[in-house]
Design a protein around this ligand. Structure first.
Ligand SMILES: Nc1nc2c(ncn2[C@@H]2O[C@H](COP(=O)(O)OP(=O)(O)O)[C@@H](O)[C@H]2O)c(=O)[nH]1
Ligand SMILES: Nc1ncnc2c1ncn2[C@@H]1O[C@H](COP(=O)(O)OP(=O)(O)O)[C@@H](O)[C@H]1O
Length: 198
């Protein structure tokens, strides 16, 4: 099934408003999750796509809420059967966006948000050129490292992989429609709301 674009004939009598797809990307530790939680609290009408991952849950993470946590062999089966809209490997783990719920929500005129890394964002822009893309930047690389470390969940090895990957991701920020620096959280949240709703 082809995903609907905003210019397509998704608008019908029963479904007067076409859906929107938003891609939300930024380096690990920049505060995407924190911003996303506040955004969803303030705008419960948004549909947040829950990803599938082979990463182990962090303390406090809930299966089916933060992610669907599955094994690598199950992930490979889902890839083979075309269940993902996009997927990518990041810092040693696989992550994917389940296709069916996202397509359904967009058909129903919903505003769907994907929080995904750079390779996945590029795949979505190919298959869904009208998707709107937002990149979250840290105030500095030092602050990014501090945030990853103070979060306190990742091993030294995982931190090194994430920081290494962060450099390549930040270099690609210009590919995105909007860039927002997450320095002060409230200011960043307002900039995000302005990008989405004005
Ligand atoms: N391509 C892709 N990336 C994802 C997906 N879900 C999460 N990610 C990204 O994978 C990266 C690692 O996520 P995670 O392990 O939760 O670490 P964190 O972002 O540092 O908290 C982040 O950049 C997420 O945005 C997905 O479904 N597809
Ligand atoms: N604007 C901000 N100022 C200071 N710390 C922040 C800010 N935004 C997020 N953080 C903190 O940075 C850490 C990483 O945030 P998180 O939302 O997990 O990032 P991501 O989802 O991008 O990996 C968390 O400890 C979070 O509380």
């Amino acid at each position: 099934m082809q995903i609907l674009s905003r210019e397509s004939d998704a608008t019908t009598k029963d479904n007067p408003s076409p859906g929107r797809l938003i891609i939300f990307t930024g380096p690990s530790g920049v505060g995407k999750g924190t911003l996303m939680r506040s955004l969803l609290q303030r705008h419960p009408e948004l549909y947040y796509s829950i990803s599938v991952t082979t990463r182990h849950p962090r303390p406090g993470e809930v299966d089916g809420k933060d992610y669907y946590f599955i094994t690598r062999s199950k992930f490979e089966q889902l890839v083979a059967s075309g269940e993902f809209l996009e997927w990518a490997e990041f810092a040693g783990n696989c992550y994917g966006t389940p296709r069916e719920p996202v397509e359904r929500q967009i058909r129903q005129g919903k505003f769907v948000v994907l929080e995904i890394e750079l390779k996945g964002a590029r795949q979505i822009r190919q298959t869904f050129p009208t998707a709107e893309s937002i990149f979250i930047l840290p105030p500095s690389f030092e602050e990014l490292e501090k945030r990853i470390r103070t979060r306190g969940n990742d091993s030294e090895e995982a931190i090194a992989r994430r920081l290494n990957r962060a450099k390549a991701e930040i270099d690609a920020a210009d590919e995105f429609d909007t860039q927002i620096i997450n320095d002060d959280l409230e200011t960043a949240l307002h900039a995000l709301e302005a990008a989405l709703f004005s």
